[in-house]
Design a protein around this ligand. Structure first.
Ligand code: 13P
Length: 257
């Protein structure tokens, strides 16, 4: 059984005091929560404080670089994050790809570097609106997924979480229908099976992201291959985020339920 992971991607939002308040509220919700994992991916300057304050949350970075040290102004390396006690990171978010020019090759390099330093990376894939309209969604996703796992051995692959985030659904209020999301999630799992076999693909969590909110979370999370959510806008509001966590707890996908 894959545990749900409900993760907030705060992006470049919240000043320090606001961030601390939000993290505290979510931490309170996470105390004694055994059924799901709850995570927050916070702006880099807040990582240390948030992780110390939030022992029951996954606290992760929004980005990571593949080199360890050196002349790479502005970048943050895996050993630096590890030295802050951080072991989770997002990689290849569509905003990084679109606004900061990250390629599939960069995403693979970051994933390899993160895994070598024992991180749990959440690697984002997703098609644009025009790619969906041209019905090339599965081709695009297939390429992104194969490239992200390029030269990653099986024992490391199991630490990866994939997030399917259709670009056209991010911050737009438009969400993939549960059936559309399931189609892509099942396809991603099939590719992972072809690369690593059934045992590992059964273990890898595949999250959905793109305008997830309290009103649509249940229908998405009920789908067989949707193992959680990566939430932008709604994760900035504690009531909304906690409500999505509560929804996840209420869903039981075990056989016969
Ligand atoms: P929204 O939930 O605001 O659409 O953002 C999704 C996202 O980009 C999460 O990484």
């Amino acid at each position: 059984m894959r545990k749900f992971l409900i993760a907030g991607n705060w992006k470049m939002n919240k000043n320090y005091d606001e961030a601390l308040q939000l993290a505290r509220a979510i931490q309170q919700r996470a105390v004694n929560e055994k059924k799901i994992n709850i995570g927050v991916f916070v702006p880099a300057p807040y990582l240390r404080e948030m992780s110390l304050e939030s022992p029951d949350l996954i606290v992760g970075a929004q980005n990571i670089y593949w080199e360890q040290y050196g002349a790479f102004t502005g970048e943050i390396s895996p050993p630096m994050l590890r030295s802050l006690g951080i072991s989770w990171t997002l990689i290849g978010h569509s905003e990084r790809r679109a606004l900061f020019g990250e390629t599939d090759e960069d995403v693979n390099r970051k994933t390899v570097a993160a895994l070598k330093h024992c991180f749990f990376p959440i690697v984002c894939v997703g098609e644009t609106l025009s790619q969906r309209e041209k019905k090339t969604t599965l081709d695009i996703i297939g390429k992104q997924v194969k490239e992200l796992f390029y030269e990653i051995p099986a024992d490391m692959a199991r630490s990866v979480t994939v997030a399917y985030e259709p670009v056209w659904a991010i911050g737009t209020g438009k969400t993939a229908t549960p059936d559309d999301a399931e189609e892509v999630h099942a396809y991603i799992r099939m590719i992972i099976t072809s690369l690593y076999g059934r045992e590992i693909s059964d273990e890898v969590r595949i999250l959905y992201g793109g305008s997830v909110k309290p009103s649509n979370a249940a229908s998405l999370l009920k789908m067989r291959n949707v193992d959680g959510a990566l939430i932008g806008g709604a994760s900035l509001n504690k009531e909304d985020f906690i409500s999505i966590c509560d929804t996840a707890v209420s869903i039981d996908k075990r056989e016969g339920k």
